[in-house]
Design a protein. Structure first.
Length: 607
């Protein structure tokens, strides 16, 4: 959701200010002469998509977290979701290997396949975005001595005599243990888009590069939460119809949607923590060439699903649950002024019997079908869980996220079904928290459970996309601190505030955001982060400008093999020296440390 133009249907540019808008547009960064300093590789559609092909689970957007020494089940679809293609009659010689994600000197290993069978997908619910649900279920054992890390996954197999190989980045997280005390970080509303879009804050944007996103990912990697959830609006996708794309030679892809999906996908691979994805309204529009639902399910995973971490249960909702016709983009009557494509609907909806918007009563849960019935059954099966936590894009506790928007007297964009049904499901099935985005602001609402024995906390979280001007709001992320089936904390500061990711934010007060560029948590390596220099001693300075301590922060150093002398680490609480298979000239030194509030920490790794 975009405050000025994007996700509040992106049509909130006021018509009576059109003339002044056009004048101001000429002065905005990125407008006028085009920046051709960075050239994107122009790839044909068939070369860059789909990202999900044979491996349909785990994926980058729906990863598997597994304890070393345990097994997991991956899902493999030889048809590539084509119902006209049959699964092979024989599939043998399965080989599964892993390679640590984003590492200069990667850790690699082979995993043992312990069994295979054909059957219904265990991870993609019916109607969650596929045509083929009958797949191969492959049991895989993770050895107990595998180094804990986030891994890319590769699977090869001989199918009816032909070799088939597929891979997924950031798909498998191997951990030492499933923790009772752990952290979940939620971030939302990134909105990577063409730098020439003139309708929002141009702060920290460059052509082909959302600078603010790199800064946020760097902070998330240092904080090292156990789980990350991205809750929608990864892209923008609302300026160019396919016939108008590309606007210049410096842009790649066959459509704006493909360009931004590829850009965002590649940027998000820099996360070093398993990340679960939730579709937002911008991610799901239909540009007349390809449906946003397809882009999503071919990139990240199902439109709705669930997963467990230990005894806690997590459910992902799709609240951009509109028909393709309602998600169709078009040049509306104000396009010449705003240059923002218009969908019919962009506010929240969860179809399948949840009741019309504004209805006095919510239909009984046993009458639900489709996604709502699946959510009902998923939550019913999780009643013995320690916690039940949900994520969606549109906050059911805020009518503003579901109602029509008043645009020059026209009420448009919303009045979708299912808002009260989601509230009822949370109340009836004792959901502890439901976290969302879309509105680009922080808000916390508490609603009681039906049995009176507890309540659901609805936490709407501010955006990652930059904000500008003088305002109380800011960009940031939310962190849940969880212990033994209890959410200990979900605010940076009470009563609702997220963690700001720019230095200089005074939470709860009005700030001038325009001069703020420095990240709240900043890292500087003495080698500039260039590990090819192979220095025997490297120092990293970490500045924490937040009023919050972080325990268990993490850094990784890639050092030349030290031999008998080994490495020493100063300034850290704990460290591991990892011997890298097939990399005898390198060692990875993983450093864990506490990062006090308002402090500068210096860590040195040397022989």
């Amino acid at each position: 959701m975009r405050v000025q133009s994007a996700s509040k249907k992106t049509m909130t540019i006021i018509f009576i200010l059109a003339a002044s808008f056009l004048l101001a547009a000429l002065l905005l960064p990125g407008c006028g002469e085009k920046d051709t300093s960075a050239a994107a590789e122009d790839k044909a559609s068939e070369e860059v998509f789909p990202k999900i092909q044979e491996i349909i689970y785990p994926t980058m957007g729906y990863p598997q977290i597994v304890q070393a020494g345990e097994e997991f089940t991956l899902e493999y679809d030889f048809t590539q979701d084509d119902p006209e293609v049959s699964q092979p009659s024989s599939a043998e010689n399965w080989k599964v290997s892993i390679r640590s994600s984003n590492d200069y000197a990667p850790y690699t290993a082979d995993l043992e396949v312990t069994g295979t069978e054909q059957g219904a997908s265990l991870r993609w619910p019916e109607d969650s975005g596929r045509d083929v649900y009958d797949v191969y279920l492959v049991s895989v054992a993770v050895p107990g001595d595998i180094h804990p890390d986030l891994y890319d996954l590769e699977v090869s197999v001989k199918a009816d005599g032909d070799e088939v190989t597929d891979s997924q980045p950031n798909a498998l997280a191997v951990v030492e243990e499933i923790k009772d005390e752990y952290a979940v970080l939620q971030f939302t509303d990134i909105h990577v888009y063409d730098v020439e879009s003139m309708t929002s804050c141009m702060h920290d944007r460059e052509l082909h590069d959302a600078v603010y996103l790199r800064k946020a990912i760097e902070q998330i990697n240092i904080i090292d939460p156990d789980i990350v959830v991205f809750s929608g609006d990864l892209i923008f996708g609302q300026r160019y119809m396919p016939d108008d794309w590309p606007p210049g030679d410096e842009r790649g892809g066959s459509t704006e949607y493909e360009y931004e999906y590829l850009w965002a996908y590649e940027a998000m691979t820099e996360l070093d923590i398993p990340c679960f994805y939730v579709i937002g309204n911008h991610d799901g529009y239909y540009d007349t060439v390809k449906d946003g639902y397809e882009w999503w399910t071919e990139s990240f995973g199902p439109l709705f699903y669930s997963f467990d971490y230990g005894n806690d249960h997590y459910t992902i909702f799709n609240t951009m649950d509109w028909s393709q016709e309602d998600r169709l983009l078009d040049k509306g009557q104000f396009y010449s002024f705003s240059q923002i494509l218009e969908p019919a609907k962009w506010q929240g909806q969860a179809q399948s019997g949840g009741g019309e918007f504004g209805a006095a009563e919510t239909p009984p849960a046993d009458s639900y079908t489709g996604q709502l019935a699946w959510i009902r059954d998923d939550l019913a099966d999780a009643q013995e869980a320690g916690l039940r936590i949900g994520f969606c894009h549109h906050d059911p506790a805020q009518v503003i996220s579901w109602d029509d928007v008043d645009y020059m007297g026209y009420m448009i964009g919303g009045q979708g079904e299912g808002r009260l049904a989601l509230q009822a499901l949370c109340a009836d099935y004792r959901v502890d928290m439901l976290l969302s985005g879309h509105e680009h602001h922080d808000l916390v609402t508490v609603m009681p459970w039906s049995d009176g024995q507890g309540s659901t906390v609805y936490a709407n979280t501010t955006c990652i996309e930059p904000k500008c001007g003088i305002t109380e709001e800011y960009s940031g992320y939310r962190i849940l601190e969880i212990s033994d089936g209890e959410v200990l904390s979900y605010n940076y500061k009470e009563p609702k505030w997220s963690y700001p990711y720019y230095d200089g934010i005074v939470v709860g007060e009005v700030n001038d955001l325009d001069p703020l560029f420095d990240p709240a948590i900043a890292v500087e390596f003495s080698n500039g982060g260039d590990w090819s220099t192979a220095e025997d001693s490297v120092t990293c300075t970490v500045a924490n400008r937040l009023e919050k301590d972080f325990s268990g922060a993490r850094l990784e150093f890639y050092m030349p093999a030290a031999g008998e002398g080994g490495y020493q680490v100063t300034g850290a609480d704990d460290f591991q020296v990892v011997q890298l298979p097939d990399q005898p000239d390198w060692e990875m030194v993983r450093v864990y440390f506490d990062l006090p509030a308002l402090s500068v920490t210096e860590i040195t790794v040397g022989k």
